[in-house]
Design a protein around this ligand. Structure first.
Ligand code: S3P
Length: 177
């Protein structure tokens, strides 16, 4: 059994690293948001609009517990996943949890280009996104920092950059077997 949960803020590169681990190193890959969208036949934005953030968090918890039973899998979680209910404890008990830590300035560059599918960001301008990142990080960091491993994620542009991160994760995960 080897289960790896990738956690971190929106734009940290959880999906990028997770799909890389799957393509290059043979893990199954689950992107939690994508899985939720397929299960409920609705986009994350539609689920937020229909059920509010509270309703979305309940669905997210349910699906996290479900995927936490799958074997040899990398799960890219949503940015808020570790910060609600027992989600962080669930991930810590079911596998290796990796926090991809990226500085605010870099997150801002990434998120400005990719805010439309993210209901918590889509109506915000650059300065509002910066304020949101800073305020959320104050609350979320304590959850993220419970991870078994923290890796630096600001350099994620080339195949080599991502492979270096993947290898760091795999070295750590195999030491935990
Ligand atoms: C959220 C992050 C999103 C998604 C939802 C809420 C958050 O996932 O779950 O929009 O609260 O940070 P990504 O981190 O994959 O963007």
């Amino acid at each position: 059994m080897q289960r790896i949960f990738l956690i971190g803020f929106m734009g940290a590169g959880k999906t990028t690293l997770g799909s890389f681990l799957s393509k290059e190193y043979g893990y199954s890959f689950i992107d939690l948001d994508h899985y939720i969208e397929k299960r409920y036949f609705k986009s994350i934005s539609q689920l937020f609009a229909l059920h509010g953030e509270e309703g979305f968090r309940l669905l997210e918890q349910k699906i996290l517990h479900e995927v936490a039973e799958i074997e040899k899998v990398v799960v890219a979680t949503g940015g808020g996943t570790p910060c609600f209910f027992d989600n962080m404890e669930c991930m810590l008990s079911k596998g290796v949890t990796v926090f991809i830590d990226v500085p605010t300035d870099e997150l801002l560059i990434r998120l400005e280009k990719a805010k439309s599918k993210r209901p918590l960001l889509k109506d915000k301008n650059k300065e509002e996104i910066r304020a949101f990142i800073e305020e959320s990080m104050l609350k979320r960091r304590s959850f993220y920092e419970k991870a078994d491993l923290t890796i630096e994620g600001s350099l994620m542009y080339t195949h080599k950059d991502i492979d270096n991160m993947a290898q760091e994760v795999l070295r750590f995960a195999s030491s935990k077997k």
